[in-house]
Design a protein around this ligand. Structure first.
Ligand code: FAD
Ligand code: SF4
Length: 463
């Protein structure tokens, strides 16, 4: 065994997986996990923990894996995270725990994410302990949204005995974990299992309830809720504002992914409407764009192009996602920007005009600014366009809750330490506050808010 390298992980063959929705990464088996765990030197002042927004005791759980104590490892992770099988699959470990691992100074860091996934999967299959139901303190707290921020806040407050109710607009819980991230990266059964673990603790879930429409935050307070946590995400898609964006065959990545994932358009027994595309252009260079492109390929498109206005070095998507997309046959049109979407004369997409770009001086983000090359327009032969340009929070909650302030991007303004908004007793976290970010940052925010809510409500009780 080369101690400088991670134990490789098995994956589905790219040619096979490009036509199915089965999970791409197959994860470690017991032997592989224990071999990888041996690479951890169990640092006293473990830097990896500092890179984890929910502060999992990483050396402890890895040591337990090394010793074959998998149930103990699961208990160690559960102290800090309610969604280990999710995080083990989708967290950008390379820019968090793993980028601080001392092993990475000479060689590859310990594969912390793959080990977390192994432990969570092992426990799901072999764990026998029932989730304990803490004694209720009867104090009601409302959580808006069942994404990673809301689930974490609900889980931490539930453990402390609060009577927590999660209000979710959709007919199923999980937020982006169920409607955005595709099945082949994060199987929905796994999200369902982790959500059930939180509900087993006594947390109540009310689906199909839109806060701001079905019921307002003021009405929740009238019903006796003592605090409200808003984890409503950032689900409003952005468009470019170019001609042709209203043609049939133009989707936002959010809509496309929701149809494929939540509404199961990839299964024959579901009659979810989705265009049977021949050639698809996905505009954007983030993880969401990679997910949309890889879904379009699996749905059956012959050609799928990612159109991005900067070069690969500036692409915000994880290297692993770009690599997987390439392996599956996604074609990249880098340094290209759409100028208009062409119509077939009957209201549908008949191509997308693009212009070539080159990189100029760095802009405010520090990345080199893309500049158009005059006269370099060309037409990309596509019948479907998926816009993946980022999202912002939906203004519904802010517009129906007096006293809630937002910044110029529409994100809720919170006090950094307590996550309390400008409206007393209303807390917020996750994408609703930061704009589109990551699962683990949303979880970290949900945790901080739960702690602050507990402190505030305990102090109120003592008054
Ligand atoms: P969400 O997950 O958006 O959950 C918000 C929930 O609130 C939703 O269920 C929504 O229906 C509900 N809601 C909204 N308004 C209301 C209302 N008025 N009343 C009731 N309920 C409401 N991050 C990673 O770390 N790794 C990845 O690989 C990754 N891939 C991604 C792929 C895609 C396609 C997308 C879109 C995002 C991805 N992200 C990834 C980002 C990550 O999923 C988000 O940052 C994270 O889910 C944010 O969590 P949240 O709880 O703040 O919001
Ligand atoms: Fe193990 Fe790396 Fe963390 Fe050290 S920094 S404890 S080697 S995972």
């Amino acid at each position: 065994m080369d101690v400088l390298k991670k134990i490789p992980v098995r994956e589905q063959d790219p040619k096979v997986r490009a036509a199915n929705f089965e999970e791409v990464c197959l994860g470690y088996n017991q032997e592989e996990a224990q071999a990888e765990a041996q690479r951890c030197i169990n640092c006293k002042n473990a830097q990896c923990i500092k890179g984890c927004p929910v502060a999992i005791d990483i050396p402890k759980f890895i040591h337990e894996v090394k010793e074959g104590q998998f149930a103990e490892a699961a208990a160690t992770i559960a102290k800090s995270s309610a969604l280990p099988a999710v995080c083990g699959r989708v967290c950008p470990q390379e820019s968090q725990c793993e980028c601080l691992c001392v092993r990475g100074k000479k060689g590859e860091p310990v594969a912390i994410g793959r080990l977390e996934r192994f432990v969570a999967d092992w426990y799901r299959e072999h764990g026998t302990e029932k989730t304990a139901k803490p004694a209720s303190n009867g104090v009601k707290v409302a959580v808006v949204g069942s994404g990673p921020a809301g689930l974490t806040c609900a889980s931490d407050l539930g453990k402390l005995g609060y009577a927590v109710t999660i209000f979710e607009a959709f007919h199923t819980a999980g937020g982006v974990l169920v409607y955005g991230i595709p099945q082949f990266r994060l199987p929905k059964e796994i999200v369902r299992h982790e959500v059930e673990g939180i509900l087993d603790m006594g947390v109540e879930l009310r689906l199909d309830t839109v806060i701001g429409k079905t019921i307002t935050i003021d009405e929740l307070f009238e019903q006796g809720y003592q605090a409200v946590f808003v984890g409503s995400g950032a689900g409003l898609p952005m468009f470019m504002g170019i001609p042709g964006e209203t043609l049939s065959g133009v989707y936002s990545a959010n809509e496309y992914l929701t149809r494929v994932n939540l509404m199961k358009a990839y299964l024959e027994e579901y009659d979810t409407p989705i265009k049977k595309s021949r050639a698809v252009a996905v505009v954007g260079g983030g993880n969401v764009a990679m997910d949309a492109a890889r879904c379009a390929k699996r749905i059956g498109a012959e050609h799928v192009y990612v159109v991005y206005r900067r070069s690969e070095a500036e692409m915000p998507a994880r290297n692993e996602e770009i690599h997987h997309a390439r392996e599956e046959g996604i074609e990249f049109h880098l340094l290209n920007n759409p100028t208009r979407i062409l119509s077939d004369g009957k209201g549908s997409v008949a191509g997308m005009e693009c212009i070539k770009m080159e990189l100029g001086e760095p802009d405010a983000s520090g990345r080199r600014r893309p500049v158009e090359v005059p006269g370099s327009e060309f037409v990309l032969d596509v019948d479907t366009v998926i816009m993946s340009l980022g999202t912002t929070p939906n203004p519904l909650i802010r517009s129906t809750t007096p006293g809630l302030e937002t910044n110029r991007k529409g994100c809720l303004v919170v006090h950094e330490d307590t996550m309390e908004t400008t409206r007393p007793h209303v807390y917020a976290g996750g994408d609703a506050v930061t704009g589109a970010a990551t699962v683990i940052l949303a979880m970290g925010a949900g945790k901080r808010a739960a702690k602050a809510i507990h402190e505030a409500l305990s102090a109120k009780k003592e008054d």
